[in-house]
Design a protein around this ligand. Structure first.
Ligand SMILES: NC(=O)c1ccc[n+]([C@@H]2O[C@H](COP(=O)([O-])OP(=O)(O)OC[C@H]3O[C@@H](n4cnc5c(N)ncnc54)[C@H](OP(=O)(O)O)[C@@H]3O)[C@@H](O)[C@H]2O)c1
Length: 174
């Protein structure tokens, strides 16, 4: 661990019923959300589950991806990909990379299993609330209002599909 204070921001889009994925992908197309994801993650280490990493199929540029898997044989040969076998190890490696790269934030990039495992380490959510009930097979844990304080909200009107809002939630100190 390092002495520097590192924020750990989960970046996630979730429907009103908590759905975040279906059939291995996201059940919507939200162009502004993709732009926001890029803006929030560029230059930062990202912790990602093996399933989500393989769905994307390649490391996203200008970011180090720390892939979490139980499979000790799993590997991906790329200078910007690291493999970890526990969330604790992934957080430690991501923190070290953040310090190395001169940023003060690590991104928790999903999917559902990784958001869940990383919850104790997560200090902030950059949540895209999709204003619809969506048929999904993968769900985000509920974020209890007494544990998360909303500090920003921006509504996006979407003529092509459900409206959505960009919401920042900070962990309430216990
Ligand atoms: N809406 C959004 O913002 C968003 C963002 C990201 C992803 N998604 C969606 O989420 C879905 C994928 O999520 P998911 O929950 O199925 O998969 P995931 O979280 O991406 O990855 C799950 C994998 O993580 C590894 N893992 C889980 N627990 C572990 C542990 N305790 N120790 C070590 N490794 C562990 C396992 O890999 P191994 O099986 O290799 O052991 C497991 O299969 C997709 O539909 C994707 O599109 C949505």
């Amino acid at each position: 661990m390092t002495d520097q204070k590192i924020e750990r921001a989960a970046v996630v889009a979730a429907a009103a019923n908590g759905a975040i994925g279906k059939d291995g992908w996201m059940p919507w197309e939200l162009p502004e959300d993709l732009k926001r994801f890029k803006a929030l993650t560029l230059g930062k280490p990202m912790i990602m589950g093996r399933v989500t990493f393989e769905a994307i199929g390649r490391p996203l540029p200008k970011r180090t991806t720390i892939v979490v898997t139980r499979d000790t044989d799993w590997s991906f040969d790329h200078e910007n990909v690291r493999v970890c076998h526990t969330i604790e190890e992934a957080v430690e490696v991501a923190d070290e990379i953040a310090v190395r790269d001169g940023v003060n934030e690590v991104v928790i990039a999903g999917g559902a299993q990784i958001y869940h495992l990383a919850l104790p380490f997560t200090t902030r959510y950059e949540l895209t609330e999709v204003h619809a009930e969506i048929d999904g097979d993968t769900f985000l844990d509920p974020l209890p209002a007494d544990q998360w304080h909303e500090t920003a909200r921006q509504k996006i009107d979407n003529p092509e599909g459900p409206d959505y809002s960009f919401v920042t939630l900070n962990r309430i100190a216990s």
